[in-house]
Design a protein around this ligand. Structure first.
Ligand code: GRF
Length: 195
């Protein structure tokens, strides 16, 4: 069993997909805890599954580093084999990344290295891209720059809004994330350390 901590900031539909997958006893993953940087509706999925949650907001700390140290200590208390950023919208300081990477992965709604950052969907539309998708990657000290583990593509439809496109991306994103975490648990994807 791969023990996983998931960090979120929003609706948590990717988290929900992971939680639903764990309903299958053959899915080799246990969600140990779910954390967020703000109170958000996604935490309700964890509560429904009886999984511990925590909220650690940067506003309550004097610096990003102090915030991230507390976040790190809290994550580490659960001794995860893997930490998943699933729609976690804060950039993490280098110390946090160094402590957990490469057992720290992120899901991003574009075909990296295209359109990194907080507006991957909007930026793909603004650039007139014909296709986009999702990338799951190891987190390194850059923004959405770490080694890629998997991608899935879709065509952008004419006149599609950012919201419509993002919702379609999230459908393939959830499936890819569930599969990548399974592949990590079953050692088909190696993160560069024993896992
Ligand atoms: C996902 O598309 C994620 O890649 C992006 O924000 C979205 C989060 O969706 N950074 P949800 O909270 O899992 O529904």
């Amino acid at each position: 069993m791969l023990g996983v901590v998931v960090l979120i900031s929003g609706s948590g539909s990717n988290l929900r997909a992971l939680l639903d997958a764990t309903n299958n006893p053959l899915y080799p993953v246990r969600i140990l805890a779910v954390g967020a940087d703000q109170s958000c509706s996604g935490l309700e999925h964890a509560e429904l599954f009886g999984i511990p949650t925590f909220v650690i907001s940067p506003e309550n700390f004097g610096s990003r580093e102090l915030w991230a140290n507390t976040l790190l200590e809290t994550v580490q208390r659960f001794q995860p084999d893997l930490t998943v950023l699933a729609g976690f919208m804060k950039i993490l300081p280098h110390g946090f990344v160094r402590a957990l990477s490469p057992k720290l992965i992120n899901t991003h709604p574009s075909l990296l290295p295209l359109f990194p950052g907080a507006h991957g969907v909007r930026d793909a539309l603004a650039a007139g891209a014909l296709e986009t998708g999702v990338t799951i990657h190891i987190v390194d000290e850059g923004v959405d720059t770490g080694p890629q583990l998997a991608q899935a593509k879709l065509a952008i439809l004419p006149d599609e809004t950012e919201h419509e496109l993002h919702e379609r991306i999230k459908v393939i994103e959830r499936e890819l994330l569930v599969n990548v975490v399974k592949d990590i648990a079953e050692h088909r994807i190696k993160l560069g350390t024993e896992n």
